[in-house]
Design a protein around this ligand. Structure first.
Ligand code: PMP
Length: 358
């Protein structure tokens, strides 16, 4: 006879939650769960955890940066009631900003490269943001989405450009919240932390907090997708090369040392290059074995966490970031045709291809 769960004397499912109500969208940002990734931990002998940033109220890790840059601008008196927030973004920062702007009564204007998914553009517009998709050109080109955002803010009364790449209020938000949360959730035992970078805010903010708390013992690594230059910068001892190649992982990859990454790049202990084939395969694997429906940057981060676990060895505790959910990209990453067009269909193990239903 099957035993009831109640007979075991404890609930089958427990989860801690915040015991006091929080104030609106801003109050709901952060304090995300740390998820133990059971299968990968068993396979490596390490303890591998993913910080569930997709559970932020705007759906991504960038809600923290959005709050950080807006509240910093308010504190400095740069953003006044009725003001306009302007940003250049691949999407998630813009979505975070658009939520915070609705909650605080600001106007939101977003410039983004026209290579980003339609879901993100639609969502931004549904959140009331004014969206300008612009050609995806290099940072050096004056038509780059960031420069267009900066110029638009300059020409607009009572507007600020939040400048997520070089405004260190972004990394500061992770230094003050994400990093200490991870420290507390692991009971002060983090042997390795690894993640990919867009602005570098998450890596530098969390990395700095963990290094300080562990007296430098936590190994902080960077993971790079194709088309990003930071892995080669770190592994060559500081040579910056031209960007070449591209990746399916939206929101990550970088061609320069942003102010958010800044001098922290010298404290980074290792770096990894992760091919799209590995990321997409992990994305389908995490869905199949852990029930996690994640975006490609999260999958890349988990591949990197497994590689770090293999290097640091059994018994080590490794943490990475689960940046956002797949909802924002599903028309691409769950489309057979799209995967084929990227040459990635064969990278997905045959028994998992059934998830590509679009
Ligand atoms: N993953 C996704 C999906 C993102 O949108 C971003 C931010 N663009 C990142 C990872 C990287 O975060 P950060 O900007 O803090 O480096």
């Amino acid at each position: 006879m099957a035993r009831s769960v109640a007979a075991l004397g404890r609930p089958a499912f427990t989860r801690s939650f915040q015991t006091v109500p929080v104030n609106g969208f801003p109050g709901a940002v952060g304090k995300t769960p740390l998820i133990y990734l059971e299968r990968l931990s068993k396979e490596t002998g390490a303890k591998i955890y993913g910080k569930a940033e997709f559970q932020n109220p705007g759906g991504s890790v960038k809600d923290r940066a959005a709050m950080g840059v807006i509240e910093n601008a308010e504190r400095l008196g740069l953003l006044r009631p009725g003001g306009t927030v302007v940003e250049g973004t691949a999407g998630n920062t813009g979505i975070g900003l658009a939520h915070v702007c609705r909650a605080k009564g600001y106007k939101c204007v977003i410039f983004m490269p026209n290579t980003q998914s339609q879901e993100k553009i639609d969502l931004l517009r549904m959140l009331g943001a004014e969206v300008y998709p612009v050609p995806a050109v290099a940072y050096e080109n004056p038509a780059n989405y960031n420069h267009q955002a900066r110029d638009f803010a300059k020409q607009t009364e009572n507007a600020i450009w939040t400048d997520q790449f070089d405004n260190v209020a972004n990394a500061e938000a992770h230094y003050r919240s994400t990093g200490p949360e991870i420290w507390e959730q692991t009971g002060g035992k983090v042997d390795g932390f690894v993640c990919a970078t867009g602005t570098g805010g998450t890596l530098a903010g969390v990395g700095r907090a963990l290094k300080e708390k562990s007296d430098g013992k936590t190994q902080v690594w960077l993971a790079d997708p194709p088309g990003s230059v930071l892995h080669s910068y770190i592994s060559s001892g500081g040579k910056l090369t031209e960007r070449s190649g591209s990746s399916i992982t939206e929101g990550i990859g970088q061609g320069r040392i942003t102010s958010n990454l800044g001098t922290f790049i010298k404290s980074i202990d290792g770096s990894l290059h992760i091919a799209d084939e590995k990321s997409i395969s992990m994305l389908y694997n995490l869905l199949d074995t852990e029930g996690l429906y994640l975006g490609a940057s999260s999958a890349l981060n988990v591949v990197a966490a497994v590689e770090q676990a293999q290097k640091l060895g059994p018994g080590s505790t490794i943490v990475t970031i689960l940046c956002d959910g797949a909802y924002r990209y599903q028309s691409r990453i769950f489309s057979k045709e799209w995967l084929r067009s990227k040459g990635l269909e064969d990278a997905i193990p045959e028994h998992l291809r059934r998830y590509a239903v679009l």
